[in-house]
Design a protein. Structure first.
Length: 261
């Protein structure tokens, strides 16, 4: 009896922990990313655009990157009048899904609200093909493919050298094909990696910025840059970034005004 009394507090504590764990597990599915995404969609459909944008942004801040998430976030920010964030999210969606016509259409509508907007020169056909090929796999996918084709090529060469009876033109052509695919995947792995880590483009997040002719706040004003303008960052100091616009103009502004893509 005495032994039971000593164990009773421990047993109660264990039961309470199990109940707490069960309750947390029961509530966990309600906080799953897909359910939160659907909740944000419902808020958007109810014209609660600010609340929807907040939920979308939470998911993005947590590292979830899907074209539909960026696209819906862009729509929500567009409805709340935040042109810079709308353009930014549409551009991110377009990076992940370059042929998405809905994203292109809404991005074009958002750019109409950008003061002084100048469209970029369209890509020629082989550039478009390259971008489509680039998005066939993620960088890790291209790298894994390169490794697989390398080992297949190594196996083919070994087979061709140690088994004289298999030295024929078909095996040689197979090895040539494997070597070509290995090289292609290796090149695309490097290109996709650098493309995904290239942050030399950005979107202006503040309206009516007075751009400067030098990286100094006291330097002469060059012209005004509007919120939502897409810029290329060609140089930077600790506080200032040199930006280039689509029409060739260049100037310096504070890096704090730019959200890099």
């Amino acid at each position: 009896m005495l032994y039971y009394k000593q164990l009773k507090p421990v047993l109660i504590a264990i039961v309470l922990l199990l109940l707490t764990f069960s309750a947390s597990n029961a509530q966990a599915p309600q906080n799953q990313p897909q359910q939160r995404f659907e909740e944000a969609n419902q808020l958007f459909n109810q014209s609660k655009y600010t609340e929807a944008a907040h939920l979308y942004q939470q998911l993005l801040d947590e590292g979830y990157e899907q074209p539909s998430l960026y696209f819906n976030a862009g729509n929500a920010y567009s409805k709340t009048g935040k042109t810079g964030l709308a353009v930014y999210n549409y551009e991110k969606a377009l990076q992940l899904s370059p042929n998405n016509e809905a994203v292109k259409h809404n991005l074009a509508l958002a750019n109409q609200k950008v003061t002084g907007f100048t469209d970029e020169l369209p890509m020629v056909f082989f550039q478009q093909w390259w971008v489509q090929l680039q998005h066939l796999h993620k960088p890790n996918g291209w790298a894994i493919g390169a490794v697989i084709f390398f080992w297949l090529l190594l196996g083919g060469i070994t087979l061709n050298s140690i088994l004289p009876g298999l030295q024929n033109k078909y095996l040689r052509w197979c090895n040539y094909t494997l070597g070509t695919l290995c090289l292609l995947y290796l090149i695309m792995a490097a290109d996709a990696y650098f493309a995904s880590n290239n942050h030399q483009s950005g979107i202006i997040m503040t309206n009516n910025i007075r751009a400067k002719t030098a990286p100094d706040q006291n330097s002469r004003d060059a012209f005004e840059v509007g919120e939502g303008m897409k810029v290329h960052i060609s140089d930077a100091t600790q506080d200032f970034c040199k930006i280039e616009l689509a029409d060739g103009k260049s100037c310096w502004i504070s890096c704090a005004y730019i959200k890099r893509l």
